[in-house]
Ligand binder design. Structure first.
Ligand code: TNX
Length: 499
């Protein structure tokens, strides 16, 4: 059948349709509505990018992406001649992060009420660009908007430090799947990774060489580096969410400042991977001076709306103390103009009812979380047995852990964040986040191998209104060569028909 249909379509099609275009329906995450029709458009070095002044940053990013993908240096102009071949970024009716993309004979138009939507349309267009010339883009329209406002990833800089350049490379990759938040885990028992001026030993001691797991690596972000990362992420429409983990996971801070322990004696530095043994001293006032100083400085260098205060695995903190601590600390975040975000254990404290809980439990029932949700707590879904990118794919995976199980691509994909937990309805779910803990990860290659391809699955759950494994695995298989072309070291899952 194919053999006889092929010469026919070649003979009748206009020249621009001859090279195999990428189907409009192949985009990840799947758009809300796709209507393929018409001959499409061929992008060349003479195509121009037209954008109003307000959209210039998005147009410049598009030009950069096209240059990396094709070598063409497209001109960015305010007004292209009427029938010129152009990619036009324009105001549109779709507000927020939504956009409309249309591919016709004269070019491509991307319309949105704002730059976030235009940027998302640009990410879609990048996936429609063939990997090599001729750059035929399939004809038709896409109308698209996200299911959830929060589509995040998390990266642990504490267990092993990752440099600003590595974090930027990760941002480049995640933003192509329309991920819009990056949660940075900046402190833990092993190390402290963000400069705090009022407590300088946090980084001179806690961020010293040898503070990574097994004594490997170390380091920290200066405030200037952090601000630069915030700016870089913002240019990719990614908002940084900083986390300082407390009252547990604080050994590094206590090594630097022994007055943060109850007996005032410095504990030994720890670079093993045990959890749940350290705690701030709940009854000491200096604890709250420390916490407030840290939150104040973090808030001042973070334009985004969220500060994550950790709160997980505080096994060395008695429950009453834990609740008393959260009742003081969660409101401190609000005092500095931010919304508090914490691991789901914070739902034990009533102050969490105006905060956001990150659901990392592997169970689909958690009465404490459900009760908090009934009282107002919002939830971001990160069930460890579905979204933890540090879990091994299968028993043979060289990197990662397995305490929450093995997570193959289908396991990461086949669940619904809006109905996953009893008593946590979709209306309480702000979105989804894929954590990447780095006990076993040192390099950017390690990060990429664990994140990809699973992150694409989590991103689709956060964005797309429907879920279809057969469609997803086909689209993912076709995406593989794009990672290869960019040198991204992804796991070639046997569940996926890689092409
Ligand atoms: C549990 S998940 C932790 C982290 C570990 C992770 C490893 C959570 C909130 N805490 O301390 O790094 O498991 O998978």
């Amino acid at each position: 059948l194919l053999a006889c249909a092929l010469p026919l379509s070649l003979a009748s099609a206009p020249a621009v349709a001859a090279p195999p275009a990428v189907a409009l329906t192949s985009v990840i995450p799947a758009p809300v509505a796709v209507n393929p029709h018409g001959p499409g458009f061929r992008l060349t070095g003479r195509t121009v990018i037209e954008a109003p002044r307000s959209a210039r940053p998005v147009a410049d990013r598009l030009a950069e992406a096209v240059r990396e993908a094709t070598g063409y240096r497209l001109a960015v102009v305010g007004h292209a001649p009427r029938h010129a071949a152009a990619i036009r970024l324009a105001p549109g009716r779709t507000g927020g992060e939504g956009y409309e993309l249309s591919v016709g004979r004269d070019g491509v138009s991307i319309r949105s009420g704002g730059n976030a939507g235009l940027f998302n349309g640009v990410q879609t267009l990048r996936q429609l660009l063939p990997l090599r010339a001729p750059y035929a883009i399939a004809g038709g329209e896409i109308v698209d908007k996200p299911r959830f406002a929060y589509r995040g990833v998390h990266l642990d800089l504490a267990r092993h430090f990752h440099t600003p350049d590595e974090v930027k490379r990760y941002i480049d990759e995640i933003s192509q799947f329309k991920v819009n938040y990056l949660h940075l885990h900046l402190s833990d028992d092993q190390g402290w990774r963000i400069q705090i001026d009022s407590w300088p030993r946090l980084t001179t001691v806690g961020g010293a060489a040898g503070t990574g797991v097994d004594g490997v690596g170390g380091g920290y972000l200066t405030k200037a580096q952090y601000r630069d990362l915030v700016r870089y992420a913002a240019s990719r429409h990614v908002t940084i969410v900083p986390e300082i983990d407390m009252p547990g996971h604080v050994n590094a801070a206590q090594v630097a400042y022994p007055e943060l322990t109850c007996d005032g004696v410095a504990p030994p530095p720890r670079t093993d991977t045990a959890v749940g043994y350290s705690s701030l001293c709940i009854g000491k006032e200096i604890t709250y001076r420390f916490v407030e100083d840290v939150i104040r400085e973090l808030a001042a260098m973070t334009p985004g709306p969220l500060i994550h205060i950790g709160g997980d695995e505080a096994h060395a903190t008695p429950q009453a103390d834990y609740i008393a601590f959260q009742e003081r600390v969660l409101p401190l975040v609000k005092k500095y103009g931010k919304t508090a975000y914490g691991w789901n254990e914070i739902t034990q404290a009533p102050a969490s009812h105006t905060a956001i809980a990150q659901y990392w439990d592997t169970s689909t029932t958690n009465p404490t979380v459900a009760a908090a949700v009934a009282a107002g707590t919002k939830v971001i879904m990160s069930p460890a047995n579905r979204t933890y990118l540090d879990m091994k794919y299968d028993p043979s995976t060289r990197l990662g852990l397995s305490w929450a199980g093995y997570i193959e691509v289908r396991t990461a994909y086949d669940w619904d964040p809006g109905t996953h937990v009893t008593g946590v309805p979709e209306s309480a779910v702000l979105g989804i986040e894929a954590p990447l803990w780095s006990e076993t990860l040192r390099s950017i290659e390690d990060i990429e191998f664990m994140a990809f391809p699973r992150l694409a699955a989590v991103a689709e759950l956060g964005w797309s209104p429907t879920r279809d494994w057969e469609s997803f695995r086909t689209r993912l298989g076709a995406y593989g060569p794009r990672w290869t072309a960019r040198g991204v070291d992804f796991y070639p899952s046997p569940q996926i028909p890689w092409t």
